[in-house]
Design a binder for this molecule. Structure first.
Ligand SMILES: Nc1ncnc2c1ncn2[C@@H]1O[C@H](COP(=O)(O)OP(=O)(O)OP(=O)(O)O)[C@@H](O)[C@H]1O
Length: 242
């Protein structure tokens, strides 16, 4: 598997606070990487650096071998990165179809006409929302809002999908559905980095995980090994285990 994403000593300072501190991470095509760590350890900031929402203070970001350090979010999106947010971002007054149409038409793919229709239909189908395409987004349940957000992220046909606690807040049945959905996505060959606190989901979906603490990467390896590392368990995961 070839390398899709590489961060080299990526660092982000907010005034005197170093939120991400020299993180070097390599993600290969088709991998599903779990990004773990206690609250405030820098996971979302790292996702923001990868998506271009934040510019790094130091270090480099390479996507598909290309140096994208300091690039604007739309350039990084064009390079194949899409994301979901911790707090769902959908357009409540629009239909589901329109919600997906917006990023498909105005995102890096810039689709129109028949190609746009096909892409919207495929994305809604991938997340199981085809039968509700014409419904208004405000009418959706929480899990369906999450599905829609995922469809919006998929609209730009990303190579790398960043999921920021996409499974958070789901009840056990919904969680089961959510895990199944991510597994289906994985089978399409897409590369995924998922920030996740739900350890059952991490075990089910991520063969590899990386753990952050106070902005620093403290573990990176096969999930079984990382999660059973006594230091990781005791210091960072014990209280979070679901
Ligand atoms: N825009 C900002 N300005 C100042 N400080 C920030 C900013 N964004 C994040 N931080 C700080 O950076 C640190 C890392 O935050 P971050 O949100 O990346 O952690 P996290 O691991 O994603 O936490 P959580 O699991 O709670 O979402 C925290 O101390 C946070 O308060």
């Amino acid at each position: 598997m070839s390398v899709l994403l590489e961060t080299q000593g990526l660092t982000k300072r907010f005034g005197g606070l170093t939120a991400v501190n020299g993180v070097s991470l390599t993600v290969r095509r088709g991998e599903v990487l779990g990004l773990l760590g206690p609250n405030g350890s820098g996971k979302t900031t790292l996702m923001n650096l990868i998506s271009g929402a934040l510019k790094s203070s130091e270090g480099a970001l390479l996507i598909n071998g290309k140096d994208m350090t300091g690039s604007a979010p739309h350039r990084i999106a064009k390079a194949g990165v899409a994301r979901t947010f911790q707090l769902v971002k959908i357009l409540p007054s629009l239909t589901l179809e329109e919600n997906v149409m917006v990023p498909a038409a105005f995102g890096p793919e810039g689709l129109w006409g028949r190609a746009l229709k096909v892409q919207v239909a495929e994305c809604l189908d991938m997340v199981g929302l085809t039968s509700r395409a014409g419904q208004q987004a405000s009418e959706l349940t929480y899990i369906d809002q999450k599905r829609l957000e995922l469809a919006r992220a998929l609209a730009s046909a990303p190579k790398l999908l960043l999921l920021d606690e996409w499974l958070a807040g789901l009840n056990p049945t919904e969680l089961h559905e959510g895990i199944r959905l991510i597994r289906e996505l994985e089978q399409t060959g897409i590369t995924i980095i998922m920030v996740e606190h739900i350890m059952d989901a991490v075990r089910a979906l991520c063969p590899r995980c990386a753990v952050m603490n106070s902005g620093t990467l403290i573990a990176d390896g096969p999930t079984v090994e990382v999660l059973s590392d006594p230091h990781v368990v005791a210091a960072y995961l014990g209280e979070e285990d679901a």
